[in-house]
Design a protein around this ligand. Sequence first.
Ligand SMILES: O=c1[nH]c(=O)c2[nH]c(=O)[nH]c2[nH]1
Length: 301
Amino acid sequence: MGYLSAARYGKDNVRVYKVERDEATKTHTVYEMTVCVLLEGEIDTSYTEADNSVVVATDSMKNTTYIMAKQNPIHPPELFASTLGNHFVQKYKHIHAAHISIVQHRWTRMTVDGKPHPHSFFRDGNEKRVVQADIYEGKGIEIRSGISDLLVLKSTGSEFHHFVRDDFTTLPDVYDRILSTSVDAGWKWSTFSGLDAVKKAVSKFDETWTKSREITFRLFATEESPSVQNTMYKMCQEILAAQPLVAAVDYSLPNKHYFEIDLSWHHGLKNTGKDAEVYAPQSDPNGLIKCTVSRDVKAKL
Ligand SMILES: O=c1[nH]c(=O)c2[nH]c(=O)[nH]c2[nH]1
């Protein structure tokens, strides 16, 4: 027979919107996010013995998310995730860990007649800012911040050659190709001792998100990329260098292929090599390249 070796439960897809109104300037700032709350602790009997006396209802977790959002800043999401998770481990004696995941959706201020509009916003793409915060009672708070679904493309400045060539290989060496990917990047912070330590670091969260995005864009655009692997490794190293509180950086990048189309069958139309202009974007299959670069602890000694 089996035994319960892991258990956590909670509310997923809690959608929250919050407006901040600056009465002096009559300017609004809005935030929208999707939250997942999962709790762990002395809850085994709810699974094994139908003992609901240990169950904080997932409905109450949803209510708590709204109340915490009303009573606390919800930006930066690292702070809100820590505040929300900390609440659960403080409030319930038998809950020893809270796992909070936040997906922040973009509402970018409109420019109207050349001026930033005080209360109108638009969704400028699918990119999300993401946070995973794991709050462990008495052991600190672990946070991974990140970017997901940031779709990028460069029309030149990317190569891929000198890879393994054997009896399974058809891909030719390429010295000029289209490179496109959907960036999923994250940076894991050194463990925070608790909510106060997160509050102390609060200015670093937006700063590091902005910097990581800038580094991603700059290296993607300016590098003569020899491979996705090498380019993402350099991005990781730059983010580590930019923020000393970051312990590790990870990227997961699909390689979204664009195939040349040979149109020579049509009156000798030239559309390959240096004449290639019309390509066929591929939806699948795609390459998928991942890495994590961790701070060399020896370097600090
Ligand atoms: O940057 C790349 N890395 C690979 O590992 C790979 N494999 C492949 O077919 N094309 C590419 N491109």
